[in-house]
Design a binder for this molecule. Sequence first.
Ligand code: FNR
Length: 183
Amino acid sequence: MKLIALVGSLRKESVNYRLALTLKERYQDRFELAIADIGSLPFFNQDEEEDPPASVQTLKNSISTADGVLILTPEFNWSIPGLLKNALDWLSRGDKVLIGKPVLVAGASPGMYGTLRGQLHLREILTSPGIQAVTLPPAGNEIAIAQAPQKFGDGAQGRLTDERTLNHIDVVVDRFLGLIGKS
Ligand code: FNR
């Protein structure tokens, strides 16, 4: 099974990027996870939506051929970062590659609420006409990692080590792979 991750942070020691690496390594026997380079996408330009730049087309192709998408993102100002919104705007136009695609939402932040407000916005965006992704219902399936720096090892090499959080993620990932199986 092939999955692709969209990470909403470019920061070197990003906890969300390290969450992507944690999932890639933890579930390597169950799926292959490619982390997309959304930082190199230009700003969305509607004049180019039908014949997008090569970096956008590459992303669209890899999402088309993937079985599912993981979105791992910080919350910025109670919403999603512009970096991620820009990628979703490209993906929502022309060839609409997210329609019907299983998408798992997760996020980590140093604060108390683990990106929950941002995830509400993200889930709303994912239901828009140009996106229409398929997600697990939020109840019981939210992966919102609060006080994240304490739960990851130090530096860019640090991975999520908090056992309770990892056990919860195991359950949600099982359900997500079940959702992919049904779609
Ligand atoms: C933040 N941060 C933040 N945190 C949060 O829980 N809710 C929020 O609304 C915001 N808003 C916000 C805006 C901007 C512009 C920045 C730069 C930061 C803090 C944020 O969660 C923190 O920097 C994370 O560590 C960013 O995620 P990465 O880069 O570690 O993945």
